[in-house]
Every structure is written in C-alpha cells, then in structure tokens.
Design a protein around this ligand. Structure first.
Ligand SMILES: *[C@@H]1O[C@H](CO)[C@@H](O)[C@H](O)[C@H]1NC(C)=O
Ligand SMILES: *[C@@H]1O[C@H](CO)[C@@H](O)[C@H](O)[C@H]1NC(C)=O
Ligand SMILES: *[C@@H]1O[C@H](CO)[C@@H](O)[C@H](O)[C@H]1NC(C)=O
Length: 487
C-alpha cells in the first residue's frame, strides 16, 4: 500500500511540476489554489483507502493474531490449567466470560493447551475457527467442487477430549442457497466431513445415516417432499439452519458444496464454533474405570485399582490415549494381576517319600513353573521382583508304627531361613495316613527366598509320596509393587 501511495504521489507531483511549467504564469494563484484543494482531497481519499485496507488486513489476520496472542499468553502463564470452561467455572466461580487456556487431554501430557472462549454464565467452552463469517461458495458444477478445510484453534485430540468430558457438544451450520441444492435428481453435491474425515449428509440433529435438515425433522420444508429447503429446484432464496448435536463426530472439519453454476445460483455457508457444555455425570464414590480416573484428573499412566462390579479390579490405564481409543484401559483381572510381560507362578509335586530334616524339601515334578522362579532341586523359590506372593502346600504323613506316644510330622514355610509358619499332624495308630496343608501370603522383596522344610519328625514317620503324587506346592506372585499404584 505504501509503495502504491508513493508511486501515485510521485506522478502527481511530477505532473504538477510539468503543468506549472507549462502554464506560463497565467492565473497561477487560482490554479495553485485549485491544486492545493485537489491535493488535499486526494490525500484524504488516499488516507481513507489506507485505513480501509489496513482494516481488511486486520480482519484477515484476526485468526493469526489470536494464535500469536495465545503464544505470548502461554509463555507468561504458569498457573495450573484446568480441563474445560465448566471446570474453570466450578473451581473459580467469580471469573468473567472471555478467552481462557484449557487442557482437555490433561496438563503435562498429550497435546499442548488450547485457547478457547468460556461463557461463564453457561459454563460452555467454544473452540474458534477460521471460517466463522458468512462465506460464499465459489461457482462450480461437480459434487464437492467447492471444498473448504476448517482450521480450529485446537487439535482434533483436544476437541475429542473436550467432547468426552462434556455433557453435550454442538455446532451450528447454516447454508443460504438459491438454486444450489445439497442433493437433486439422486446426485449428492454437498456434504461435510466429521472429526474422522468421514463424509456426512445431515445438516441438523444427530442421525448420521440419513440426508436431512431441520425442516425435514420438523416436516416443514419449502417443498413438502424434500428433506431440506435447499434441495428445492426453484430459483428461490432459501436457507437451511441446523445444529449438529452428535458430540462423538464433531467438529465439522471440512465443508463441501457443488452445483452452483446456474446464473441464479448462490450459496453462502455460516459455520458456528464447536460448543461444549457441562461435565459428564461426576464420578461418585469410588472410580470404577480408567475413564473415571481420567475425568477426575489422573494423568500418570500406571496400574490402578478400581471398583469392579463386586470387588476391586486391577487395571492398567494408558492416559496418553483418550477413553474411546483402543488400549486406553487394560483389565488385569480381579484380586490378582497377571502381568503378562513377566508372570511368575509354579506348581510342583513329589514322586518319592522324603524324610530329611534341616534341608528344604526338593521336588521332582514341575507341572508349571512360569517365570522359572522355583528351583526344583533345591526346592527354593526366589522372588524375581517385589510383590505379594501366595503359597499353598499339601502333604501326606505316613505313620507306619503304633505308639503309646503321639508321633508327629510338621512342615514349615521358611522365608530367608526364618520359620514363617508351620503345619503338623500327630497320631498314635499304625498305618495312619494324614493329609495336612499350609497356606500363606507374603510380601516379598526381589531376591527373597522361600522354601518348605520338615520342622518336626518322629522316628519312622515320613512325608510319603509315590507316582500318585500326594505332595503339592504351588505359588503365585500376585502383583508387582513397582508398577502398582493404588488409589
Ligand atoms: C452465554 O451463553 C448464553 C446462552 O447461549 C448467551 O445468551 C449469552 O449471551 C452468552 N454470554 C456471553 C458473555 O457470551
Ligand atoms: C488452514 O490451515 C492450513 C495450514 O495452516 C492452510 O494451508 C490453509 O490455507 C488454511 N485454510 C483456510 C481455509 O484458511
Ligand atoms: C520321579 O520323577 C522324575 C522326573 O519325572 C523321574 O526322573 C523319576 O524317575 C521319578 N521317580 C520315581 C521313583 O518315579
């Protein structure tokens, strides 16, 4: 603009000089006066033009300015960033409506915070975009030949997170049309693309499978048999005004129109902001899923205990994902966690009689020994990592002699050489067989050693076994404390 002004001014001055030089002083004063007036008028016009142009530029740059402003503000602010305007309103009730930073997918993880308009009387969050004004569709014939990408001041992930946190989201769309139908004679000319880029043909409501407009829903379209005012073939100025309410597919990411070639044709679209209100029913009492934890603000991906239907359930929550994404929550079962990456459990048996004291009971048969933490020969279990471990032992005592005294057999569970607990049987009669058991749950550190050992044994009494297997020792490492994160 400046370059153009100086160019015009230069010409103007040059022509003035030329003109003055050629007037030979005839009525110079009058001409000069005239010139001066002309110049002032011209200067005023130029000034006005410049102002106008600046205004237009300013308007174009509004969106860019907004982004720059966002950047500056973000650099300055170090306050905790809440997730939606609704959260801000609930936390800081005295705030006024205006632009705020929010971080729907969680502060410190996922995408950068976003700058949005908060209406504090309703608690609604509005995401701005670059196509909010009335925009004319250029003239063309083919389906979707006019196509406009909508640029939002937030990423799709942040908008999806906002929608999942909110009770409802909507976006208004208006199309002013004259001889520019969405669909006519079975040909689809216009559609919009949803959050996932999927084409959609409904212009109000939430019935994504059918082509419809608000007048089609209300049965009051301009032509009784149409579903949209704009589908009329008559050259009459009409409009379809609708609100898309399916929060799972919003926002509208692209608008596509066609068949605007007739002399009478015109199409103007007006797209509202993505607006979301409320919070999905607050989490009451105990959280029962990763989604509940996500809603109340957890951002650390880890193992959590949540309230299952009847008992506490262990789940792994991946908060780098959103609740609707695959792999957001992995169930690890009830009561115990089967850590599939490194499970540890065993079940071993004996097939021979054993009667040595002061030494761990060895085992011959391994039914399962997942993780290899049980060493059969030494009969010793070594914890590969910290965790809770459940052990169960069953044995069969044989009393081959009758005795006036009680004969005994006892087996104890040892943790790092210390007797942790024992179980024993006593008898006086000959040829008695007594089964006895011992269960235990221990908190183990990595490297802790656990084994079974005979603690009491009368002469002639055995821990009996054969190919029929009467001795059972089983253990499960239930939960790894390193990765567990209880509430
Ligand atoms: C907030 O939303 C309500 C309802 O849509 C509207 O009437 C009001 O003007 C809005 N207020 C501001 C400050 O944007
Ligand atoms: C949207 O943003 C992209 C990339 O920044 C740009 O190329 C495109 O022109 C923008 N679209 C509109 C309609 O402004
Ligand atoms: C006990 O089991 C081991 C391992 O299967 C086997 O080698 C051994 O022969 C068995 N002993 C008896 C007495 O059955």
């Amino acid at each position: 603009m400046m370059a153009r002004i100086s160019h015009i001014q230069t010409c103007f001055l040059l022509s003035t000089v030329w003109w003055i030089c050629n007037t030979n002083g005839i009525d110079l004063d009058g001409h000069l006066q005239q010139l001066k007036e002309n110049y002032e008028i011209l200067a005023a016009i130029l000034n006005l033009l410049e102002t106008l142009e600046r205004k237009v530029e300013q308007h174009d740059n509004l969106f860019i300015d907004l982004k720059n402003e966002q950047h500056q503000l973000k650099v300055e602010s170090s306050d905790p960033i809440l997730r939606t305007c609704s959260h801000i309103r609930a936390t800081l009730p005295s705030q006024t409506s205006g632009m705020y930073w929010i971080d729907p997918d969680g502060q410190g993880i996922g995408d950068e915070p976003i700058y949005v308009y908060c209406n504090m009387s309703t608690g609604s969050t509005a995401i701005l975009h670059d196509s909010e004004s009335r925009i004319s569709v250029s003239r063309c014939n083919d389906p979707g030949c006019y196509s406009r990408l909508i640029n939002y001041s937030a990423t799709i992930k942040q908008m999806s997170a906002l929608a999942q946190l909110s009770n409802e989201c909507h976006q208004s769309i208006r199309y002013d049309c004259t001889s520019s139908p969405f669909e006519i004679n079975g040909i689809v000319y216009s559609w919009w693309n949803d959050r996932d880029g999927k084409p959609q043909y409904f212009w109000s409501g939430s019935r994504s499978s059918v082509h419809t407009c608000q007048c089609g829903i209300d049965y009051n379209c301009f032509e009784a048999l149409s579903d949209c005012n704009c589908d009329s073939s008559l050259p009459t100025p009409l409009a379809d005004i609708g609100v898309i309410t399916d929060k799972n597919i919003l926002p509208i990411t692209r608008l596509n129109f066609g068949r605007t070639v007739l002399d009478s044709s015109s199409g103007i679209h007006t797209l509202g902001r993505l607006e979301c209100t409320g919070q999905v029913a607050p989490v009451r009492a105990m959280p029962s899923s990763c989604e509940d934890l996500w809603r109340i603000g957890h951002t650390l991906s880890a193992l959590y205990s949540v309230m299952g239907v009847a008992m506490v359930e262990n789940v792994y929550c991946d908060f780098t994902k959103l609740p609707n994404d695959a792999g957001f929550q992995k169930s690890l079962g009830f009561g115990y966690v089967d850590i599939r990456s490194s499970p540890t459990y065993f079940y071993v048996q004996k097939n021979t009689t054993f009667y040595a004291t002061d030494t761990p009971i060895p085992f011959e048969i391994s039914k399962v020994n997942v993780g290899g933490a049980m060493d059969l020969k030494s009969g010793t279990f070594t914890a590969p990592r910290p965790g809770r471990c459940f052990f169960s032992f069953t044995g069969l005592a044989q009393f081959p002699f009758s005795s006036p005294y009680k004969l005994r057999l006892g087996v104890g569970l040892y943790l790092n050489g210390y007797l942790n607990g024992r179980s024993w049987v006593a008898n006086t009669a000959r040829n008695q067989w007594s089964q006895f058991t011992l269960q235990s749950t221990l908190n183990l550190d990595a490297g802790d050693k656990v084994w079974l050992q005979i603690t009491d044994m009368s002469d002639g009494v055995y821990l009996y076994d054969s190919a029929n297997h009467y001795t059972h020792f089983t253990g499960w490492l239930l939960e790894s404390e390193e990765t567990s994160n209880s509430l």
